[in-house]
Design a protein around this ligand. Structure first.
Ligand SMILES: [Zn+2]
Length: 479
């Protein structure tokens, strides 16, 4: 790129001044230059001798097996591949599996860790992120999303659904997308409203269309959707996140659907499912979040309409009993599509293993064998079913030849894992992000031996801290 040396501000000015040119070659102009070291190249390699969990219902797991990757794609999975002159990655003592697919994560709130308290309502997640969110610059958005994506990759998440409900300007959208692109993660950007936006203000469909034009389709790494304000009353989050009437929902969602884009919405509080059904708004392009208060009738409708539900167990388990319980067993029994998510990382960390562990524990606690739930099913929910939810199961979610190579290697020789018996038992009952040795996205080895291959870890940390402190000063926090 010849424009690498140009500042982002200059580029955005240039994009405006160039007008017609921007409309034709807007992708380069709007996206701006990379702000991180080049991503590692997509090399050809073979992972040798790992315990391979394919998560593909048609391809058996292998106690010992090889995975061949070329040009960013999985070429073959077999007990022993006869390949010469192909770089080998040691898989012995490792579990090889598809990377986790996280289907709902507010990456823009990652900066708020110094301010949020889990045990003090006044400075809980919602009031803090609502107040500080309204002060965020595009640079803050970039640094927050970059911090969150860095944590995602560290925890073995190779696809993230970035639930961006603080798109304050086109530059904020570009900043969030740039951070995802710069770090090399796969994901969907769910373009949202902004914190503090009046409920009667229609979402920015022109901005959404611009992102679609400027950023999609790219290289298949990023896709686009919208995140909606809530429907009807809320008992969690309060008015901070916005509440829409059905008429407003029709306008906001209609604009997205006209662009062929999927939709996600929280159902925090009384269930809006019957209202949405009566208005004819449910469909397979819709993801709901937080399955806590559905009825059997509603679950049957969700199955019929092909709606998926994302559960974020770590945060949901902290909610008061009055707002419902995690209905994983009920949803699976009804045949509703389910996926797993982190939600945010302001007052807990990203840990897909803990997510699965919490779900299993609560299921055993509340339902048990009345609705069977295997550990393998949980790992499938965290991988393949997430890809199904996001509509990208043809690209990721399982170790299937032809799919893109989104693979993680987990050390089974670590103290908390060894000696390993059943690999699913190890993943759900024992593993932690620190056991993840290697993270590969689209054939690029982004992390190896537990370290980033290219990303400047110290810079991510330093600039996140600086941005958080600047926001604190701007907000005159905590006054
Ligand atoms: Zn959420």
């Amino acid at each position: 790129m010849t424009i690498n040396g140009m500042s982002r501000r200059a580029m955005l000015k240039g994009a405006t001044a160039l007008g017609a040119l921007a409309a034709t070659s807007g992708d380069l102009l709007a996206q701006g230059p990379r702000r991180a070291a080049p991503l590692p190249p997509r090399r050809e390699f073979v992972i040798r001798g790992a315990t391979v969990l394919t998560m593909d219902p048609n391809i058996a797991d292998l106690a010992t097996g090889d995975v061949h990757v070329r040009d960013g794609a999985i070429v073959a999975v077999a007990p022993r591949l006869n390949l010469r002159n192909v770089r080998a990655i040691e898989g012995r003592g490792m579990i090889a599996m598809p990377g986790f697919v996280d289907t709902h994560w507010h990456l823009w709130t990652s900066l708020f860790r110094p301010f949020v308290r889990a045990d003090v309502d006044a400075v809980g997640y919602f009031p803090v992120s609502n107040r500080l969110g309204q002060l965020m610059t595009p640079e803050d958005s970039y640094r927050s999303v970059r911090l969150g994506v860095a944590e995602a990759l560290s925890a073995g998440v190779t696809t993230v659904h970035n639930w961006a409900h603080n798109v304050r300007s086109p530059e904020h959208a570009d900043a969030e997308l740039s951070a995802m692109r710069d770090l090399g993660i796969r994901g969907r950007f769910a373009y949202g409203p902004a914190q503090g936006m009046p409920d009667d203000q229609v979402m920015d469909h022109a901005g959404l269309a611009r992102v679609k034009r400027d950023w999609m389709p790219g290289d298949g790494m990023l896709t686009l959707g919208i995140c909606s304000r809530n429907v009807g009353a809320m008992s969690i989050g309060g008015a901070a996140r916005g509440v829409l009437t059905i008429e407003m929902v029709k306008r906001d969602w209609g604009g997205a659907r006209a662009l062929g884009l999927p939709i996600t919405v929280h159902t925090s509080g009384p269930s809006p499912i019957m209202q949405l059904e009566e208005a004819g708004l449910l469909g397979p392009d819709l993801q709901l979040v937080h399955p806590l208060l559905t009825t059997p009738e509603e679950r049957a409708i969700l199955k019929t309409r092909g709606v998926s539900y994302s559960t974020a167990p770590t945060g949901e388990a902290r909610r008061p009993a009055a707002v419902g319980v995690i209905q994983l067993g009920e949803l699976l029994e009804a045949g509703v599509k389910v996926s797993l998510s982190t939600d945010h990382t302001t007052n807990y960390n990203c840990d897909p293993f803990v997510g699965m562990r919490v779900l299993f524990a609560l299921h055993q606690h509340r339902i048990g064998n009345k609705i069977p739930l295997t550990l393998k099913r949980l790992v499938q929910l965290a991988t393949l079913d997430g890809a199904v939810d996001l509509g990208i199961a043809d690209k990721t979610g399982s170790l299937t030849p032809g799919k893109r190579a989104d693979i993680i290697l987990i050390r089974t020789t670590d103290i908390n894992m060894t000696p390993v018996g059943d690999p699913y038992e190890a993943l759900v009952s024992l593993a932690q992000p620190g056991n993840i040795d290697t993270v590969i996205v689209d054939g690029r080895i982004l992390r190896q031996s537990g370290k980033f291959a290219a990303l400047d870890h110290a810079r991510v940390v330093r600039e996140a801290r600086e941005a958080a402190l600047a926001l604190q000063a701007k907000a005159k926090w905590p006054t």
